[in-house]
Ligand binder design. Structure first.
Ligand code: SF4
Ligand code: SF4
Length: 168
């Protein structure tokens, strides 16, 4: 891993994503299904919580989340450090597509905006599409920011790290 692999630049501002929404339909998340979203709408739907980058283990057919996170997650911003190359570099990193969202047992957190839309549930009031502010997911306490987390490189037994947070 070289520094060149890291793509979060100091100049990257997550707020840019939500600054100008003139190219998407107003409140598209209330009127469209996942299949009907444009590429831009699809990307905007992600709330940036980072919880899909927690490691999970399957026990007796049930997904158990742990408080351990992928080594490439920046836990201050909840951004992936290798976003463009993540699927080639990390074997078990998954693209968030319709199949992943509908997979059973569910491995995405219950607050995941894709899951909510697919289940015909409203987005929470803190979702950046509603607040028009990327940081609102962190301010709400629903992202990984300020949680007790362990980098996967320091983990010996994932079973010792299972968590039952309400928003998973
Ligand atoms: S859990 Fe869902 S909403 Fe949260 S970062 Fe992952 S894909 Fe985005
Ligand atoms: S490589 Fe995948 S699992 Fe790891 S931080 Fe990036 S998006 Fe998350």
């Amino acid at each position: 891993m070289t520094n060149d692999d890291y793509i979060i630049e100091d100049t990257y501002d997550p707020e840019e994503r939500f600054r100008d929404l003139s190219d998407v339909e107003p409140n598209f998340w209330e009127n469209k299904t996942l299949e009907q979203l444009s590429k831009r709408e699809w990307e905007l739907l992600c709330d940036g919580c980072g919880k899909c980058c927690l490691n999970k283990i399957e026990i007796k057919g049930k997904i158990c989340f742990t408080n351990t996170y992928c080594r490439f997650l920046d836990t201050k911003s909840c951004l992936c450090k290798i976003y463009e190359n993540r699927l080639e570099k990390v074997n078990d990193c998954r693209d968030i597509d319709i199949n992943a969202i509908r997979e059973k047992p569910r491995w995405l957190p219950k607050t995941c905006a894709y899951v909510l839309l697919d289940e015909h549930k409203p987005l929470p009031s803190w979702h950046p599409l509603i607040t028009k502010k990327a940081a609102s997911v962190h301010e709400s306490g629903c992202s990984l920011v300020n949680r007790e987390l362990v980098n996967e490189t320091e983990v010996e037994d994932y079973e010792n790290h299972i968590v039952k947070w309400e928003d998973l």
